[in-house]
Design a protein around this ligand. Structure first.
Ligand code: FPP
Length: 252
């Protein structure tokens, strides 16, 4: 047990985290940007902009704590139905983020990945994503997985189509289909399932996020809107996670 926060004077609360039990994979539904903006009479896009600042802080903190995978739900398959201006603002923010952060991410050993069907994203975002993934591909400190045009159902349907096609082409047999094989056809191929899923903003639902992968994830909710989510909140979530009794359906 290491009390790593005693020295940080600005912390209101400190948590003794067990550094041997840091979740390997944390996935976050970055919710509450719109409500944060509304409270301040700002356009929704300003809420998303403030949300990007939170991404910067939380990525840094997750890396510092030794989290190996951080997945952020940035744009869902359903988000296309939002007003055109909001979708456009989100794409612009994504592009600006990728352009401004790739260098720092690379210097800090962050490997950038994307989960989702990127073909529908603007071409410049696709190019920037490909560039970011190429630049950071050999990094090993932390995987930053951006879920973009991602939907859990869409991912499962796509996996079923790919598996069916491989069966048809005699690449695999129906008897070969099991959990491990399905995992290889998902966007998350090779990434361990999330240990902890965090959703701020007071909503307590999954909203089509990592449906297959969350079978044994621990959930943590908070009333704080994403733009106000602080490093301390991440540590609070991890401290809570460390008190859970994960049995994976078995008996201890
Ligand atoms: C949910 O809040 C948030 C989103 C749909 C978008 C999240 C995107 C970002 C934080 C920025 C872009 C991403 C990157 C990777 C740079 P909401 O709009 O549903 O909030 P509300 O429920 O309060 O309306």
């Amino acid at each position: 047990m290491l009390d790593i926060f005693k020295s940080k004077k600005e912390e209101k609360q400190d948590f003794s985290l067990d550094m041997n039990n840091i979740p390997n994979h944390i996935a976050i539904i970055m919710d509450g940007n719109g409500r944060w903006a509304k409270k301040r009479n700002l356009p929704r896009s300003m809420g998303h902009k403030a949300g990007v600042e939170t991404i910067r802080r939380i990525l840094k903190e997750a890396k510092r704590l030794g989290v190996k995978n951080l997945t952020l739900y940035a744009f869902s398959t359903e988000n296309w139905a939002r007003p055109k201006e909001e979708v456009g603002a989100l794409m612009k923010l994504l592009l600006a983020y990728l352009k401004s952060e790739v260098k720092e991410c690379n210097q800090n050993g962050v490997k950038m990945n994307v989960f989702g069907n990127v073909d529908r994203l603007p071409k410049e975002c696709q190019d920037a994503l490909n560039g970011a993934m190429e630049t950071t591909k050999n990094n090993t400190n932390i995987n930053l997985n951006l879920a973009l045009n991602y939907g859990g159902r869409d991912e499962i349907v796509r996996a079923m189509q790919l598996i069916s096609s491989d069966v048809k082409e005699n690449k695999i047999k129906i008897e070969d289909i099991n959990d491990n094989l399905v995992e290889k056809y998902l966007y998350t191929k090779g990434i361990p399932d999330p240990d902890l899923i965090i959703r701020p903003s007071g909503e307590q639902r999954l909203s089509n996020f990592l449906l297959w992968q969350c079978a044994y994830s621990e959930f943590w909710y908070s009333d704080i809107n994403w733009p106000e989510f602080k490093e301390e909140d991440l540590r609070k979530a991890i401290a809570d996670y460390q008190n859970r009794d994960r049995r994976f359906g078995k008996v201890k």
